[in-house]
Design a protein around this ligand. Structure first.
Ligand code: GLY
Ligand code: MN
Ligand code: MN
Length: 455
């Protein structure tokens, strides 16, 4: 079987655009850790059942520092930043292409080319991603020399078994890697815009299948499927499980069962994002009238949430605090709920830290960082994130919502069963912000016009 194959080199392989950016990201990391070997694993395949795995998705910091796109990522790759006299050298340990005269080519269902398709050779990887490469087979020997090394634990069993635990240092490393992603470079901003644009196309696809979803058992699934098709066509995957919540399901914040019927006259809340091949994801929510027209009660709440979001956008500027966005949105929501007679106390009273009565109907905060992870920079310190100051280059969501459960006796009857969230993705600029998803209609009249245009 090992004979009779022509060579199959990749022709015309060139350096990826991301290369200049990943080099700069690694240099920032290098400056923080002079003389220390840094080990960042891609992670391993995760079992779905028995001998069947989930599709592989690399550990986010590995993707950030190597720029290797989803299709080129090989499970169990490991990035090592090896200290030199000055700085570090990046070495990617990777499972090389399986040669056609090897057993592996035919028999290895995890690595064999006959099973999973062609991988890059070590040289091709170097050409495309600008890092020195070594066969993963040599990793154990390389790491096992007693050098001072630090890693992200829990991603790679082999790495974990070789490097001694250093709890405090590892936690600090994790934090550093997270904070490295707080400010996006121009490559990342462009990727985020592309992810948002693809997500906008996905919303168009969903609206187009509304008629097919109405009156069909589990119609939410028809809409969910339409978005998944777009995510796979224009990107790598969904950035997270889509929430397709019709009627009162919209009051369930993480409604991912998506097995409800879709009824004309109801609203449908859809929270979905396309993850690109680079792994950057959008995170967009629109709440749409299934039949294209808001009722009076729906519109009252919709307009209030929309105004709360506008107030959130206005707080998105460098120098403001991250928490200011939430506060600005909450203020509008509290005032609106008081004006609608929902809130039994004044907005001012409700906004006091020891009250927060209005939160019964809004529960969650309005913002989180967004990037390779939908909830990006998760290990960043409070001082840099939740209690921190906004800086140009941050990308975050603004996503106020109001939710009136059908069994909520404190909500006016006409509002029960209405759940509304509007979520957009925002880049902090030098002077304020840019709403990357502003072309996806959100103001109520614009939403109705958008739906008419796709009917
Ligand atoms: N889709 C998750 C979130 O909005 O945070
Ligand atoms: Mn979000
Ligand atoms: Mn969301």
């Amino acid at each position: 079987m090992g004979t009779g194959w022509t060579p199959s080199p990749l022709v015309g392989i060139t350096a990826a655009k991301v290369l200049a950016f990943t080099q700069a990201r690694r240099e920032t990391l290098s400056r923080e850790y002079p003389g220390v070997r840094l080990v960042i694993p891609a992670g391993a395949l995760k079992v779905r059942s028995n001998d069947t795995d989930y599709r592989f998705r690399a550990y986010s910091a590995f993707s950030h520092l190597t720029g290797i796109c989803a299709q080129d990522t090989v499970p169990e790759s490991v990035l090592v930043l090896e200290p030199k006299k000055k700085g570090h050298e990046a070495i990617l340990f990777v499972h090389p292409r399986s040669p056609r005269d090897s057993e592996e080519f035919y028999r290895d269902r995890v690595h064999g080319e006959f099973w999973i398709g062609r991988r890059l050779t070590l040289d091709e990887t170097t050409t495309r991603y600008g890092m020195k490469t070594k066969d993963i087979a040599g990793l154990k020997k390389f790491l096992d020399d007693g050098s001072d090394a630090i890693t992200v634990r829990g991603q790679d069993a082999l790495v974990d078994s070789i490097l001694p635990k250093q709890k405090k240092k590892e936690a600090k490393f994790d934090t550093f890697l997270s904070e490295l992603r707080l400010i996006k470079d121009s490559f990342e901003v462009a990727e985020m815009q592309a992810a948002v644009d693809a997500t906008g196309r996905g919303f168009n696809d969903m609206i187009k299948v509304f008629p097919a979803a109405i009156g069909v058992e589990r119609g939410e699934r028809i809409i969910e499927s339409a978005f998944f098709g777009r995510a796979r066509l224009d990107g790598n995957e969904l950035g997270y499980d889509s929430i397709v919540a019709s009627g009162a399901h919209a009051c369930v914040l993480h409604w991912i069962r998506n097995d409800g019927d879709v009824r004309t006259g109801d609203l449908i809340l859809i929270d979905a994002g396309v993850e690109l091949d680079s792994l950057y994801t959008a995170d967009i929510t629109r709440t749409l009238p299934v039949n294209g027209k808001f009722t009076k009660a729906q519109r009252d709440i919709y307009d209030l949430v929309w105004r709360a979001q506008q107030a959130g956008f206005a707080a998105c500027k460098p120098g403001n605090r991250f928490a200011d966005i939430n506060r600005a949105s909450q203020q509008v929501l509290a005032e609106g709920l008081a004006a609608l007679g929902v809130l039994p106390i004044s907005a001012e009273e409700s906004m006091k830290p020891d009250s927060g009565l209005h939160r019964r109907w809004t529960i969650h905060g309005t913002s989180h960082m967004l990037g390779i992870d939908v909830h990006d920079c998760g290990a960043a310190r409070d001082s840099e994130y939740s209690q921190g100051v906004l800086k140009a280059g941050m990308i975050l969501t603004v996503e106020p919502g109001l939710y009136f459960h059908p069994d909520d006796l404190h909500a006016p009857e006409r509002l029960r069963g209405i759940g509304i969230r509007i979520e957009d993705d925002v880049l902090i600029t030098e002077t304020g912000c840019e709403v990357l998803s502003k072309h996806i209609p959100s103001q109520a009249d614009d939403v109705e016009a958008w739906m008419r245009s796709l009917a």
